[in-house]
Design a protein around this ligand. Structure first.
Ligand code: BTN
Length: 326
């Protein structure tokens, strides 16, 4: 997709790295009037970008907004489909709810919904998900893979791999690990949760609603007492402010790649990577499903993404969904 004029101007100001960019030069090289440039600068200012005007030299970009606006994300985006339609809100109940509606109305594959804050963010097993304003990444991606509903059940593991790879790429000093099925832990504490919901007919997936919640810039006191012992943020672990827009774009890049691999070659093609990135396999764990509780060793996952648990008497149970304690 081609960049808008506004994005192009922004890109040049960012590339100038603190040096002044002349309005006349922008107008000449982009083939528009000085007034047009000025209007775009006004819009950027309204979006939270800060400029200084240096006499006879031009504009210097001195501040960017902490926002997941389409403009911010598109600066880093390198995908074909994912993130090419972005619905960005300040406050929502849950991005899942909005994504469900958009998917029913026909939103294309790769559409994303982002809220700076969620007032009713939800996790797996009907748990609430803390989603304070401007701190984390609260997003739902609408994915329309050409697979059966049965095959789609392992897609949530694919998402965990994509998010893990994105975090590893941008923050070399943190070691995220996947806890089955799809929590991301850093140093044993949860920094990311994934909730995948489905719209399907008997043998046809209409859409997967992939909810990703990432604790990005929280500090310890931002978490409620309920979760402060078990939750962490990327900023706490990496020791630096997280550029949320760059992370969103990197996740979308990996997710597009892994989705294509998953659709063409099945989960088997990603299984090895999932196992490498996981902290579950080989561990003694306790599994709670809706009906039962088991203890054993997580011995592997199947080609379909199902967890295999070897019980004390040596029998192997397959676990489709549940919660585990390591
Ligand atoms: C979990 O670990 O239980 C899954 C958490 C998923 C949270 C994300 S945040 C964006 C999307 N909207 C929601 O209401 N939930 C998901």
């Amino acid at each position: 997709m081609s960049m808008s004029m506004k994005d192009e101007i922004l890109k040049r100001l960012l590339a100038a790295n603190g040096e002044a960019v002349s309005g006349q030069e922008l107008a000449d090289t982009l083939g528009v009037s000085r007034t047009a440039i000025w209007k775009h600068m006004q819009t950027l200012q309204e979006e939270g970008y800060i400029f200084e005007t240096v006499k006879k030299k031009g504009y210097v970009l001195t501040g960017v907004p902490n926002s997941l606006s389409p403009t911010q994300i598109e600066l880093f985006l390198n995908t074909k489909r994912f993130g090419r339609e972005i619905h960005h809100f300040d406050v929502v109940d849950s991005t899942q709810t909005i994504a469900h509606k958009l998917a029913q109305e026909g939103a294309p594959d790769g559409t994303i919904v982002i809220g700076e804050e969620q007032t009713a963010g939800r996790g797996r097993m009907a748990r609430p998900w803390e989603s304070a304003h401007g701190t984390g990444i609260w997003m739902t991606i609408i994915v329309r893979p050409d697979v059966s509903p049965q095959q789609a059940s392992s897609f949530t593991l694919v998402v965990a791999v994509a998010v893990t790879m994105a975090i590893k790429t941008l923050y070399k000093n943190v070691e995220p690990a996947i806890k089955w099925p799809n929590d991301l832990l850093i140093n044993g504490k949860k920094c990311t949760g994934i909730l995948t919901e489905m719209q399907a007919e008997a043998d046809l997936v209409q859409a997967l609603l992939v909810g990703v919640g990432i604790n990005a810039n929280q500090v310890e006191t931002d978490f409620s007492a309920d979760i402060s012992d078990i939750a962490t943020s990327l900023r706490l672990e990496a020791g630096e402010e997280i550029n949320r827009a760059a992370l969103v774009a990197t996740i979308l890049q990996y997710l597009e790649q892994f989705t294509d691999l998953f659709v063409h070659e099945g989960f088997a093609s990603i299984k090895r990577l999932w196992e490498e990135l996981s902290c579950t396999i080989g561990q003694r764990i306790e599994v709670t499903t809706i009906r039962e509780r088991f203890e054993g060793v997580a011995s592997g996952i199947t080609e379909d993404g199902v967890l295999e648990l070897t019980l004390n008497d040596g029998t192997v149970r397959t676990i489709y969904s549940g919660d585990i304690k390591i």
